[in-house]
Design a protein around this ligand. Structure first.
Ligand code: CU
Length: 65
């Protein structure tokens, strides 16, 4: 389980972009987003670095939470 804090993720629109970015790396990823804390939990077999890079490219850089 990868847990990230994504401070720029402020609304449902952001959350959908974050979800799409993560799914572009792993379509099977289980993604749990908590907008209140801006935390994202990702259950995925994909490389954590690749998931982080996808978020960065989408404009929503995350840091380990
Ligand atoms: Cu937003």
């Amino acid at each position: 389980m990868l847990k990230l804090n994504v401070p720029d993720m402020t609304c449902g629109h952001c959350a959908s972009i974050v979800t799409k970015a993560l799914r572009s790396v792993d379509p099977q990823a289980q993604i749990d987003i908590d907008l209140a804390t801006r935390n994202v939990a990702v259950a995925s077999t994909a490389d954590a670095g690749a998931l982080g890079a996808a978020l960065q490219e989408a404009g929503y850089p995350g840091t380990p939470a």
